[in-house]
Write a protein that binds this ligand. Structure first.
Ligand SMILES: [Cu+2]
Length: 689
């Protein structure tokens, strides 16, 4: 294993946050990448005398010591104290092209806050979207490593509960704020406010999104960017700009509501396909009826010539299409994936699946001009319909608003060149000009424990879709969960023999309130209520001892089709391999030798595997990942396609014991079944008790 830099950054971090005491002394944990270990950092709160209390866009007065979103989006400097960053978001149903658009037109990339309440999107008139603070995408969280993040989420969406997940944030010591309804909290009911608070413990490009219902597909998401002082970046010499608006937040966009797609109709199903993509909430739409584009503004990235810019691409999609990104006449140097630094790789195309993030450097060494950025949807779900979007890269000094070259078409678009993360390709050397995630080199040394010959715990998760017989699904007095992905097909997702459901109460705070027949920790010992059923819908909780080395093998054992991106909460895992089951046949009985046989079939390029929190399983293939289970909690592991998540394609890793977790916060909301004894008379009037 090669060491890029053998120096521990812990002493530097101690220096970073060790400054003259002014008031309160505290501590928090950060993840030290160079040792793959958690460390406690002691700090003292800053004197609050220099904090600006006039914070635009904030309704309520803010207690002292809180910093506004604008104050927190700052260059991170060694020696600066952490801030406590306060955000107040009101979620409501909203629509595009509304009355606000007669007052103002959004003029900059959506970022920290906006004074303009107009949402244009791609020019289509869409009602029923859900937004925070009338921004789309939602407000960005941009902070420095070590900051506290406080977000008050106020839900005024009629008839809907909400919860917000902070994708990529480890939440060690803050497990009650991971935002998974019925796992780490009760969802936020209408008219309520829930205060999320967590420490920015791991740097990188992340994002937040709804984990409740289908709300994410209706617009509930936004960027999270956690920066470090520049000297901590292993690839710091490659870029000299890390601007607050240089994120490329890509969403798939529906011209109707997500519920129109779920569970779908038996005939004429509109499936799980987007109508369009948006870049930073912007885009145009090619109306197939008249072959004309809408005239809404495209996202524009302004740069100066001769510079090196860090860009942060965040795939905020929810539906089935992977996307590819190209920039006309420019290559991209990948420097981080899912927030973790990798050794640089120069590519021409970045492919990504729902929830993946890729940081890259763009050198503005071309002729002063204006260039196209193209975002294309891939797979059978987007390619036949040519779903794509454009954005613009404009050099300072260019007098062109739009590039002079023709707009790249879907079929004859920008050249692909070298492709990063190709769909369903396992990079065995037979395809030229590709680089897979498993081939990336971690920029930091990897903890040797990861390479242990036998993991402490191996979890084999074969998955497929069960196709219901009509007579089974519509058996009288049964109500099995299903989705109709295409015409005349009703399915349930099965992972290791179980279609996962969520209990009525979150186990993190109300484990004793969960009915026993909901749970199924062992697929070979299912609850009695599943006797005689074709499939069992139950809460698939897998117990993992704290600090064990865990190896997960996820295997797509269904018919060939799409590639599913699996996301792990609370962790990044090491990508040990991806492969095809037709080449390495992994089963429950031979799984213990899976990695060894994989290595024989696919000799590894990387001896320093990258870390990710979201990884796509090739169709008909598998992924092998490892992590050290040092973060106790109830962590969801699931396909990030929204409909698959709600169709059971998930499991829960219960790591450690309740005694390893912080106490449940005071007045933490409760939820669950209300099933008292059945009354045989009217309730006794209070006065007669
Ligand atoms: Cu899936």
């Amino acid at each position: 294993m090669q060491l890029l830099n053998g120096t521990s950054i812990f002493p530097i971090l101690m220096t970073l946050f060790h400054f003259v005491a002014t008031s309160h002394v505290g501590s928090y944990k950060v993840y030290i990448k160079s040792s793959s270990q958690w460390r406690t950092v002691n700090y003292t709160d800053p004197d609050d005398s220099d904090i600006d209390q006039s914070m635009p866009g904030i309704e309520k007065s803010i207690p002292p010591l809180l910093s506004s979103p604008e104050e927190c989006a700052r260059p991170c400097k060694t020696g600066d104290p952490p801030k406590t960053c306060y955000y107040q978001w009101t979620f409501e149903t909203y629509h595009t092209l509304g009355g606000a658009c007669e007052l103002c037109t959004p003029t900059t990339n959506t970022s920290l806050s906006s004074n303009c309440q107009c949402i244009l999107a791609d020019g289509a008139d869409v009602s029923g979207i859900i937004v925070a603070n009338r921004q789309f995408p939602g407000p960005a969280i941009q902070v420095c490593l070590g900051d506290m993040v406080i977000v008050d989420v106020k839900n005024i969406v009629p008839g809907n509960h909400l919860s917000i997940h902070w994708h990529g944030i480890y939440q060690k010591d803050w497990q009650h704020y991971d935002g998974v309804p019925f796992l780490t909290q009760c969802p936020i009911s209408e008219c309520s406010t829930f205060r999320y608070q967590w420490r920015a413990q791991n740097p990188g490009s992340h994002f937040w999104h709804a984990h409740s219902g289908l709300h994410k597909a209706d617009g509930v998401d936004g960027p999270i960017i956690i920066r470090e002082p520049p000297e901590f970046y292993p690839n710091r010499d490659l870029f000299n700009h890390d601007n607050f608006d240089n994120f490329i937040f890509i969403q798939d966009w529906l011209h109707n509501n997500a519920l129109d797609h779920f569970p779908g109709t038996s005939i004429n199903s509109i499936g799980q396909n987007p109508d369009n993509f948006l870049v930073n909430g912007r885009g145009q739409w090619l109306d197939p009826s008249n072959r004309k584009y809408t005239t809404t503004p495209l996202a524009i990235f302004n740069v100066k010539p001769g510079e090196r810019y860090r860009f942060r691409m965040i795939n905020g999609c929810t539906l089935l299409c992977p996307i590819e990104l190209q920039i006309e006449n420019h290559n991209m140097t990948i420097i981080a994936v899912d927030g973790v630094d990798v050794r640089p790789e120069i590519v021409n195309t970045i492919t990504s699946f729902a929830a993946e993030r890729v940081d890259f450097v763009l050198n503005t060494y071309e002729l002063i001009g204006t260039y196209w950025i193209q975002v294309r949807g891939l797979s059978d779900n987007c390619t036949p319909r040519s779903v794509q979007q454009h954005a613009i890269l404009r050099y300072e000094g260019s007098d062109l608003d739009e590039p002079s070259s023709p707009r790249p078409q879907f079929q004859s678009g920008l050249p692909r060149g070298k492709v990063f993360n190709p769909v369903n390709d396992v990079c065995d050397g037979t395809t030229a000009n590709v680089i897979c995630i498993k081939d990336l080199q971690n920029a930091n040394p990897v903890n040797d424990l990861i390479f242990g010959s036998q993991p402490d715990m191996q979890i084999y998760l074969p998955f497929f879709f069960h196709n219901y017989e009509r007579t089974d699904l519509f058996r009288p007095n049964t109500y099995q969960r299903f989705v109709d992905p295409i015409n005349n097909l009703s399915v349930a997702a099965i992972v290791d023999g179980i279609s996962n459901i969520f209990p009525p109460s979150p186990p993190i705070s109300q484990l004793d309130d969960i009915p026993a027949d909901i749970l199924c920790p062992d697929p070979n010992n299912l609850p009695a209520r599943c006797d005689g059923l074709t499939i069992c819908h139950c809460a698939h909780f897998i117990n993992i001892p704290l600090n064990s080395l865990v190896e997960i093998i996820v295997a797509d054992i269904g018919p060939l089709g799409i590639s599913h991106p699996f996301h792990l909460h609370g962790y990044s895992f090491h990508v040990m391999s991806t492969g095809l089951l037709s080449r390495v046949n992994i089963t429950d009985t031979n799984k213990s030798t899976a990695l060894q046989r994989d290595r024989e079939e696919y000799p590894p390029i990387s001896d320093n595997p990258p870390m990710k929190d979201t990884l796509a399983v090739p169709s008909g293939g598998y992924t092998i990942v490892r992590f050290i289970a040092d973060n106790p909690g109830w962590w969801l592991y699931h396909c990030h396609f929204l409909q698959h998540l709600f169709n059971g394609m998930s499991v829960v890793f219960h790591i450690g014991q309740d005694s390893d977790l912080p106490p449940t916060p005071k007045n933490f909301p409760k939820c669950g079944n209300f099933e008292p004894s059945i009354l045989r008379t009217n309730p006794v009037p209070r006065g007669e008790l």
